[in-house]
Write a protein that binds this ligand. Sequence first.
Ligand SMILES: C[S@@+](CC[C@H](N)C(=O)[O-])C[C@H]1O[C@@H](n2cnc3c(N)ncnc32)[C@H](O)[C@@H]1O
Length: 223
Amino acid sequence: MPTPIEDVYDSISDSFDDTRSRPWEFVVDHLKHFTSGQRILDAGCGNGRHAIACLEKGHEVVCSDISEGQLEMARKNCEKYISSGNIEFVKADLLELPFDDNSFDGVMAIAVIHHLKTRPERTKALQELTRVCKPGGKVLVSTWSMNHKRFEPRENGTIRGVEVVGPTDQDVTVAWSKDKDVPEKRFYHLYRSGELTDEAKDLKVELIEENEAFGNCIITLII
Ligand SMILES: C[S@@+](CC[C@H](N)C(=O)[O-])C[C@H]1O[C@@H](n2cnc3c(N)ncnc32)[C@H](O)[C@@H]1O
């Protein structure tokens, strides 16, 4: 039985934090669409690096994650903002978000849904993310792309730390290379260009824009 993803992230939360100190540029760019004080959900928040970017722009943020270890790290990194009342932390699975419909101006799930093993689960996650976003709001989702340079095969055809585990070479496990004491591997579904758009096509959204940058597939959904 593979280790559940929350247990893997619980066990690597310290070393994960060491590798994720800055927000990704495309997320910071996306925040320009919001006016100060708007309410944003960072689903699968990890160590809180994107929540900090939201707080610095004057937004209210709800950080949710399935891993208590990651939430603990996010609480620590966001400590100086907690007294402002602009940040909340919620342990939650992306597949069943404990929030009302239309309760956020913006929603993001950065590098999260690629950990879900089946297409119905990934579609359900997109449904949940759009359900909790208000009409006119924006949902930003990114996933690892098959074109990430991390997945270029070596001369012998293998990829360092990567094992194919699914029916296609898009379903893999990836070892956490920063911490040799952690034997657990994370499941990833690596995305083809256009695949996120396919998964989103039955959602009730006004507009879908997809692009690819720095080895990530990125989709913006306008509700
Ligand atoms: C690669 S990290 C990305 C963290 C953060 N979004 C960032 O960009 O730095 C993936 C995060 O998704 C969380 N996660 C994985 N599966 C999840 C699920 N089903 N529901 C909620 N969070 C999940 C993990 O615990 C981890 O914190």
